[in-house]
Every structure is written in C-alpha cells, then in structure tokens.
Design a binder for this molecule. Sequence first.
Ligand code: ATP
Length: 343
Amino acid sequence: MDKEGSPLVDMGLLRVFDSRQFSGWEKVGSGGFGQVYRVKHVHWKTLLAIKCPPSLHVDEKERIELVEEAKKMEMAKFQFILPVYGMCSDPVGLVMEYMETGSLEKLLYSECLPWDLRLRIIHEIALGMNFLHCMTPPLLHLDLKPANILLDGHHHVKISDFGLAKWNGLSNSHEFSLDGICGTIAYLPPERFKEKNRSFDTKHDVYSFAVVIWGILTQRKPFADEKNILHIMVKVGSGLRPDLSLIPRLRPQQCNGIIQLMQECWHDKPDKRPSFQDITSETEHLCTKNEEDSTSVPAKEFQGKVTQEMEPQILGAQSKDMCSPPPVFDKDYSLSELLSQLD
Ligand code: ATP
C-alpha cells in the first residue's frame, strides 16, 4: 500500500512510493537535475521512470522542488503531457510514466524520420504547449527542447521536465536565478539576453518551439558549428537564427507552411510571435492536409530524379540514404555554464 504523504509538504493527489515497490533500476538518462531510471513496479508489473537528484543526500530544498515539479505535472494532466504518479520517498525521486522511445533528442540524431511522422510530432508538441498556455493562469514551460520531448512506443509526444515551469504572472526574472537556469542556449529567445529584468511570458515558449521545429526539419542541432556560446548569444541577439538552407530541399509541400510558421515563431519581437492557439490552428491544417495528400512515394524512386522543380512534391516516406549527413553531437550548455565563460 502507498504510504501517507510527508506532513511537511502538501502532496495533493500525488502518491508516495518507497524503493521496495520497484525492481530492476536501470539508468536511462541524465540531465541538469540528476538521473532518470527505468524501474518495474513490483505489484503493478509495469515499467515506470523515476527522476532522482544527483546526490543520495537530498536536502529539503531539492525535495520540495521535485514535489513542486510533480504537482505542476499533475495539474497539467493532458494527452500530450507526461503523466506523473507521485514521489518516491527513499531514494527521493519523481515517479512518472516510462516513455519507451525516449527523448526526441535521441530519436532525431539516431535515424532518418519520415516526413509524416515529423509533421505529426510538430503538431503534437504544439497541442501540448497550447494546453499548458490555456490553463488559468497559463503554465509556462520555459525549457522546451528535444531532450524534454519524450515519445511513447508509438512515437506519440509527451512533454516533460517541468522543473523550470512557472505560472504566468506569478513569477519574474528575479526568481529565475542564473544558477537555476537550465534552458539550453539555442532555445532561449533573444529578449532573455537583452532585457535582464523582463518577466517571463508565453512567447518565450513560442520561440523555443520554433527552434524545436528547425531541429525536426533538419535533424540537426541548432548552431552546431558555433563552439563559442557567447557568439551564439550575440548572433541571436542581433537577429541570426538557425540556418534555413539546412532544411532538406526535397520535402512535402506543407513543410513550406511549417517553415513560414517557424519564422513567425522566432520573430525578434515577442509580440509579433503567434500564440499557441494560432499555431495549433495552423499545424492542424497542415497535418490534416498531409494525411490527405501524402502519397507514400518510396524514396528510392526519387533518387537520381531529384530536381529543384520537384521540391513541392509530397514525399511520404524517406529512406536513411536520403538524409542529411549525421549531425554533430554537441554539449548542451545551461546559462549558468555559459555565464561562467564570461569571467
Ligand atoms: P535538464 O534539466 O537538463 O533538462 P533533467 O535533469 O531535468 O534535465 P529530464 O530532462 O527530466 O532531466 O530527463 C533527462 C533525460 O532522461 C531525458 O532527456 C530522457 O532521455 C530521459 N527521460 C526522462 N524522463 C523519462 C521517461 N519518463 N521515460 C523515459 N526516459 C525519460
């Protein structure tokens, strides 16, 4: 039986587990916060994921942060948001649904994805983000990037990692201390570097979404050739964005609509970026169109015949040999790491 929650922290609807309820701990990922393990629930006989802080000696602050993350996930229960079950008390960890395919980051750099799947992933991310922004008050994710977009066994999206998420209007940049910033630099909007005291708003996530779209279309890391993180900040601050010429020229026609949407989403002025209400209307339209129009032309039939004029043709499937060269694996930097380079 699940234990009662700690009297010190209000656990809401969340369960409390202990380690005896799990077997077969296997590390499946790590990030700024700590490690993620795949475990089997001894009685439920199903796989779950547990996110634990790096040290076994978890202080009260770390524990409260994890509980807060779990509560936000619980409140944001939705088809495209990662389901949370509760907290493990010993070792301290956040107990979540296990996502078989892992992160979009891993998927993007391991195999060439068919276009119809890429478009569906873009639409499902937009649906998840739209739900968060439709909450009252809107829940800002503030760390949207491929490593935080997980996929189930059927490649359907679940947005994860609410460690930096904030309720719109209830937070400002002062609370978002530099040490706590873990958003990867390429996904941070320019106003983050330019306006130090600016409050967070929904348009931060819209910018990050645009960079995620670019990564899905190219299956590359943004600014992979730029090793100096400060150069990225300066370039993005002066209007530079990930390279459009890296998007494959042979692509379904509706990709052109997605590219236009992506450019609107990474507009320098936050006010000019669309809301997720507008974005989901657009992605819904483009994805529905894809399902109707997609004629699954075997990629091999295109080989040798590919010309620029063929660019608008629908390519429902793409083979590995038609992919761009393998992407460069690069380290993800948190802003605190980045700022330490300034000294
Ligand atoms: P960061 O703060 O650097 O973004 P983090 O320490 O908060 O990361 P997560 O982003 O939540 O940790 O998870 C790190 C990685 O662990 C993910 O990129 C993913 O590969 C894996 N992972 C996390 N949760 C799950 C899950 N529920 N199922 C399967 N894999 C997971």
